[in-house]
Design a protein around this ligand. Structure first.
Ligand SMILES: Cc1ncc(COP(=O)(O)O)c(C=O)c1O
Length: 380
């Protein structure tokens, strides 16, 4: 890591421009070599202060709401590929205004809005989300193909109804931090179940979950299967990863403010919160990496780390450190950019971490600081 954390205010999310550019350049090279269009899923990463950098490498985004679609239009300068589990009539004009592609989650939703799509002065391409009822995702909360899932149309229903006029694309999303071999298996299922409709389509969006920037990901294999798929089907292929963009590009810098002890458990209380600022740790759950800390080791100081909210469960443990912790020590949580910044809250009114970037010339640039108004304005 090049970052000099002593220069970062606390608490603060800091993205490393160098690591971010490495991810972007890898994603761009996969897109060029495979002929697939790769866009950023805002739900995983939407730090628009760095979009000027992003735009050097990619040209679009996937939105899941009117606000995300507008952010794409305003800050990337192009309409979004939009998919939402449901559209409301009152907000659909916003979706139309800011989208180039709109994917519908059900045939009923398409039938409700198809005339508005067709009548729009700018050409908008309509698609359907399909549910292949196959996924390798172990965590049900992230599995869109779990039995009873509300996401996407199953092949049986499409067989019965057929695809309505005006539909130009299919969208599926069934991967999560997956490799290209998982995608290959999914594609077999998708082609078997839905392939007979492909001749009527122009594009297929293979969703997210393609963690191509993770060490060891076989990008050559991904390129090969995407190319073969394009050649075989003649479809324009779109991928919309989120995690892959922000993967391991930055940290959350926090500070120990106090140490408390109860029944032999020592907790270092931080100026940041797991529930408000690292919600995935509790939701998934997973234990984040910390610079200079390890799993508990006998003979070394062991600490639980506690958040500064009042939620009893706002803690994670345990880690070993080389020496006893004391107030003022920095705690640097690894990989806190994708799905972390987009999910934060101002629960308890605790200070929201600032947002900054460590630039290529080894300087810290503060992008955003939060204050009382940010907390207050959400609540009335
Ligand atoms: C429809 C859709 N597209 C794309 C993504 C992005 O996935 P990931 O960030 O895992 O690449 C998600 C994640 O939930 C999704 O639901």
């Amino acid at each position: 890591m090049n970052i000099d954390y002593s220069q970062i205010p606390s608490p603060c999310y800091v993205i490393d421009e160098d690591r971010f550019r490495n991810n972007l350049s890898l994603i761009n090279s996969v897109s060029v070599a495979s002929g697939a269009e790769i866009i950023l899923a805002f739900k995983g990463f939407a730090m628009w202060g760095v979009f000027p950098i992003l735009k050097e490498y990619i040209s679009g985004a996937a939105a899941s709401s009117p606000h995300e679609a507008r952010l794409c239009f305003d800050e990337i300068g192009v309409p979004a590929h939009t998919y939402s589990p449901v559209y409301k009539e009152a907000e659909f004009h916003e979706i139309l205004k800011y989208s180039s592609h709109i994917t519908f989650n059900s045939l009923a939703q398409y039938s409700m809005f198809s005339e508005m799509v067709a009548a729009h002065p700018r050409r908008i391409s309509a698609g359907l989300r399909i549910n292949p009822e196959y996924s390798e995702i172990g965590h049900d909360i992230y599995n869109p193909s779990a039995p009873g899932s509300r996401l996407g149309i199953v092949s049986g229903d499409l067989e019965k109804e057929g695809i309505p006029d005006g539909i130009e694309g299919f969208h599926f999303h069934v991967l999560f931090e997956s490799d290209s071999y998982a995608l290959e298996k999914v594609l077999k299922v998708v082609e078997t179940k839905f392939g007979r409709f492909f001749p009527r389509l122009k594009w297929i969006n293979m969703g997210g979950g393609h963690l191509m920037t993770r060490k060891g990901y076989d990008t050559e294999h991904l390129i090969k299967i995407l190319k073969h798929f394009r050649e075989r089907t003649g479809l324009h292929v779109i991928l919309e990863p989120g995690s892959a963009f922000g993967w391991e590009t930055g940290e959350l810098v926090a500070t120990v403010e106090d140490i408390v002890e109860n029944q032999g458990i020592k907790t270092a209380i931080l100026d940041a919160s797991f529930t408000a600022h690292m919600p995935d740790c509790l939701e998934m759950p997973y234990k984040p990496g910390i610079i200079g800390a390890t799993e508990p080791v006998q003979g070394k100081p062991v600490y639980r780390l506690g958040g500064n909210s009042c939620l009893s469960g706002d803690f994670m443990g345990d880690w070993s450190f080389d020496r006893e912790l004391k107030p003022g020590d920095r705690i640097i949580f690894l990989d806190m950019i994708h799905y972390t910044m987009v999910k934060t809250t101002t629960f308890n009114g605790v200070q929201h971490p600032s947002i900054g970037i460590w630039t290529l010339d080894n300087k810290f640039r503060l992008i955003r600081k939060f204050g009382y108004d940010d907390y207050k304005n959400r609540l009335s």
